[in-house]
Design a protein around this ligand. Structure first.
Ligand code: 13P
Ligand code: SF4
Length: 302
């Protein structure tokens, strides 16, 4: 405990010395969330960081999130404290595989979830988040679209809009693994709890949900809701934020197995090391950044 307080103080001192800002995704380890200047979902964090006058952004999340920060803040140095913190969903599509699919679906508008590499965003018409996927889909002047890389998010968008969606067969392996049996078991243990599910979960899970929301949507819902118990159908890291912000309420994981190992890689020691040595820089080259930014900006404009 004392060691971790010392480490936190060291991080704070280094952040000040280097005019840096530390961002943490809602799934990060508690010690990271508690030390960061801002916690949130990936797009929210990148947008807020772009508006600060920090020279350096330390992004505690996964690689695609640091890329998004670099896309929105090309003049800042973006550091990812663990270069090997990746996203299995983002790795399920590449620029080459998307080009091959588009050869079969010429002129098809492409909606790409922000959980994707900059290269894939650069080939897309528009980006979306789990919070705005329905709005983005409805905004397109087309009856058919290709949605990448999350098949569950695409099926959710299809169920909420009248559009034909060509689905990319990717997923978040952790959200995709949540089963109806696990949800039923949690419901039996906590019969009064509201079940909140992330749209990265399978359709049969979303059918069981009282609330379907992104991580920031779950935070907002739990705060405003009159109920005091919630079953959380997303990565277990979010429980830390939910417990911290709602001391009088109770939160239960839908399954303890909903744990993303890449989101748990970064420790305070890694943050200290990357700030001391300015290592782990993520920089998106201009020829990819410019078209990727266009896809992100089209989404922001909606
Ligand atoms: P959000 O925080 O945007 O809901 O994303 C969930 C996720 O899986 C991030 O990796
Ligand atoms: Fe990727 Fe899933 Fe981990 Fe989010 S939780 S970073 S989508 S693997």
């Amino acid at each position: 405990m004392e060691g971790s307080i010392k480490m936190r103080e060291k991080v704070k001192r280094l952040l000040k010395e280097k005019n840096a800002i530390m961002l943490a995704h809602n799934y990060q380890l508690p010690e990271i969330q508690d030390t960061a200047d801002m916690c949130g979902d990936s797009l929210e964090l990148s947008r807020k960081a772009a508006r600060t006058d920090a020279d350096i952004i330390v992004f505690c999340g996964v690689h695609f999130m640091a890329e998004t920060a670099s896309i929105l803040s090309p003049d800042k140095t973006v550091l990812l404290p663990r270069k090997d913190a990746g996203c299995e969903m983002a790795d399920m599509i590449t620029a080459a595989s998307l080009k091959a699919r588009l050869a079969q679906l010429p002129h098809m508008p492409v909606v790409t979830y922000v959980n994707s590499t900059a290269e894939v965003k650069a080939l897309s018409t528009i980006c979306c988040t789990s919070a705005n996927v329905v709005k983005v889909t409805e905004s397109l002047d087309a009856d058919e679209i290709l949605m990448t890389p999350d098949r569950n998010l695409a099926k959710y968008a299809e169920s909420q809009t009248g559009k034909k969606i060509h689905i990319w067969d990717g997923c978040c392996p952790f959200h995709d693994r949540l089963t109806p049996d696990q949800v039923s078991t949690a419901r039996q243990a906590h019969p009064d709890a509201v079940f909140m599910a992330h749209p990265e979960c399978r359709p049969e899970i979303l059918e069981m949900a009282d609330v379907i929301a992104s991580t920031s949507g779950m935070i907002a819902h739990a705060k405003a809701a009159p109920e005091s118990e919630f079953i959380v159908g997303t990565e277990v890291g979010l429980l830390h934020t939910l417990n911290k912000q709602n001391p009088g309420k109770k939160f239960y994981p839908a399954s303890e197995a909903l744990l993303c190992k890449d989101m748990k890689k970064i420790t305070l020691k890694d943050v200290v090391s990357c700030l001391e040595n300015l290592t782990g820089e993520v920089k998106v080259p201009e020829e990819i950044r410019v078209p990727a930014l266009a896809a992100v900006e089209r989404m922001i404009a909606i």
